[in-house]
Design a protein around this ligand. Structure first.
Ligand code: MG
Length: 377
């Protein structure tokens, strides 16, 4: 019996990588369903190759080939479709409820949507635990650490170290940050990804979200999660054990490795993707400068503050980045907006996924209000 896979966000970089892994392993996997936000053409092209159920989530469709469309379509499909694993490659906070429904409908989760964990870490980890379902991280750093921690006594792990490329402004002096344009920010040195996450890599809000994600996934306090800038993006993360040894996962930056390992889990993928020749390669590491990347520092603070602070960090940043992508605010204003929103009291602990979504909407409203009234004067 082949493993049945559902791919959410099939037209994004995670979706495309997942299709590649499945193409190489068609005797092991089959695709039950795929979703795209807006591109019905892309869905139909893929359906000619794999024949899955098609979901167009961003708008209603009359096309008879598309089984589910519009608001609530992903949730309905998940409830009515059998599968072993859901690959959640949806961008942003829209990914949360599909993650919840995947688990509730009896599927394991290959999770590339870090917002699921940042917004509702404890709730979703408890839900998976109670249902006996697995959340396997697909984010390259967390995939690396997840596999490095497998079969290891948690007490023997002193710290984990997430690597970061440093984004396009690693070498730009701080004094010039006020001149950064949208176009500059969209040039990621190593990974080709969507616009939101590329901007988040330039501000390192992405690494901040990943620190929060690691805190929830691996149950580690903030001071045991370190960040190192590693411009070559070959070492995807490391762990340090109590005997002072370090273990790393090293490969070419190719998302098909973490995707494949999530699909094959608990086996390792057998593939030639991302095979790295280390001959004559130099791997360098630098300290992450909190002055240049203030959002990384605030992410750590949200872990200590607890409650809905991580959620507020994510939602305020998502709104600010949207304004930046629409060229309505400048680069430095992204972090200032997030700081301002984090000054409010977000100590409440949402007790359900509905409360998470309500709080998330509240943060968004406050952020939009603040930007319209205070920033865009
Ligand atoms: Mg990552």
């Amino acid at each position: 019996m082949r493993k049945k896979i559902i791919i959410l966000g099939v037209t994004g970089s995670i979706g495309k990588g997942t299709l590649d892994v499945i193409r190489e392993n068609r005797d092991i996997f089959e695709i039950s369903a795929i979703s795209a936000h807006n591109s019905s053409e892309a869905l139909i092209n893929i359906s000619n190759e794999f024949d899955p159920i098609l979901v167009l989530s961003g708008r209603d469709s009359n096309d008879t080939k598309i089984t589910y469309s519009g608001i609530g379509s992903i949730i309905k499909m998940l409830e009515n479709t059998e599968a072993d694993i859901v690959v959640n490659g949806i961008a942003g906070s829209d990914g949360l409820m599909p993650s919840v429904t995947s688990l509730l409908s009896g599927k394991n989760l290959a999770l590339a949507n870090k917002e699921t964990i940042v917004m509702a870490g404890k709730l979703i980890m408890n839900l998976a635990g109670n249902l006996g379902k697995k959340i396997i991280p697909v984010d390259s750093e967390h995939s690396a650490i997840f596999h490095l921690l497998e079969n290891r006594d948690p007490d023997s792990v002193e710290e984990i170290i997430l690597t970061a490329s440093g984004g396009p402004f690693r070498l730009l002096p701080l004094d010039n940050f006020n001149k950064i344009t949208l176009e500059d920010s969209l040039k990621h040195p190593t990974w080709a990804m969507g616009r939101k996450i590329t901007i988040d890599s330039a501000t390192m809000a992405n690494k901040g979200l990943e620190v929060i994600e690691a805190h929830e996934l691996f149950l580690l306090p903030g001071d045991k999660i370190k960040v190192l800038i590693h411009p070559e993006s070959r070492v995807h993360s490391l762990i340090r054990t109590t005997d002072a040894s370090m273990f790393a996962q090293i490969s070419d930056p190719d998302m098909r490795i973490p995707i494949g390992n999530a699909l094959f889990y608990p086996q390792l993928i057998t593939s030639s993707f991302g095979k790295l020749d280390l001959t004559d390669q130099s791997l360098t590491f630098f300290k992450a400068d909190f002055q240049k990347y203030p959002l990384l520092k605030s992410a750590y603070k949200t872990i200590d503050a607890g409650g809905a602070y991580p959620l507020a960090f994510n939602a305020a940043n998502e709104i600010a980045v949207e304004y930046f992508i629409n060229k309505k605010i400048n680069f430095l204003e992204i972090s200032n907006i997030v700081f301002n929103i984090l000054q409010d009291d977000w100590s409440i602990k949402p007790g359900s996924f509905n409360e998470v979504i309500e709080t998330d909407l509240l943060v968004r409203k406050k952020t939009i209000n603040y930007i319209e009234k205070q920033v865009r004067k």
